[in-house]
Design a protein around this ligand. Sequence first.
Ligand SMILES: O=C(O)CC1=CCC(=O)O1
Length: 262
Amino acid sequence: MVDVLDLGHVRLHVADEGPRDAPAVIFANSLGTDFRLWDAILPHLPPGLRIVRADKRGHGLSQTTGPISIDDLADDVAGIIAALELDRPVYVGLSIGGLIGQSLALRHGDAIGGLVLSNTAAKIGESTIWTDRIAAIEAGGIGVIAEPTMERWFSPAFRATPDCGAWKLMLERQDQAGYLACCRAIAEADFRERLAGVQGPVLCIGGSLDGSTPPEAMRDLTDRISGARLEIIEGVGHLPCVEAPALYADLLAGHLRDIGHI
Ligand SMILES: O=C(O)CC1=CCC(=O)O1
């Protein structure tokens, strides 16, 4: 079922697929993408899962609101879990989705049954990266950042394929105010001194060619969480679920088995 979920303060576009009583996994996508980010891994996941994907505020078909924080976005995820009556789903968040996951684990740890932090960091980039990006978009529109963003998102090999064009278009079509609100939320988020409050087992996944949250950032994040383990997928950029979907799904499935979720 794909639907609009009204949480009262915001309406979110959510896909809820699979048997209602099955072990659930909830996915959160990155800045500038909608929940189709996960399409390619779905056929590779073990059968019989309940899969929930949601466009965060200001992305895809979800509503854009005023200023937001990563904690607000984590509260939205907790709201989705409660509204859909999910039984402690495993949360998988990529990039800003990973920041949201760190906040979710700290604020609503009892609501989730496991955590996967993909292509993210305890703090993503210095503040100037975000103030420069915001200024560039305010001056010239989201299109001005599209080409350099593809270089961070994808390996040279993937950028040479026609598929890359669709991802660039997805970025260019995001709501500008929604995208900028998320940039401001990322700029303010810093979990470096807070992660002692997150307990493993946590699976961290990175890409060897990730230009946004490189392997060093993933290692730093993993080292800060007791019981976390890191897998780096070789030859892919910031969105390994797009570039290496079978491998990504295998890592995820292995983790679901390791923690007894399936
Ligand atoms: O656009 C990028 O640089 C990649 C990115 C950073 C945070 C996020 O969610 O995506």
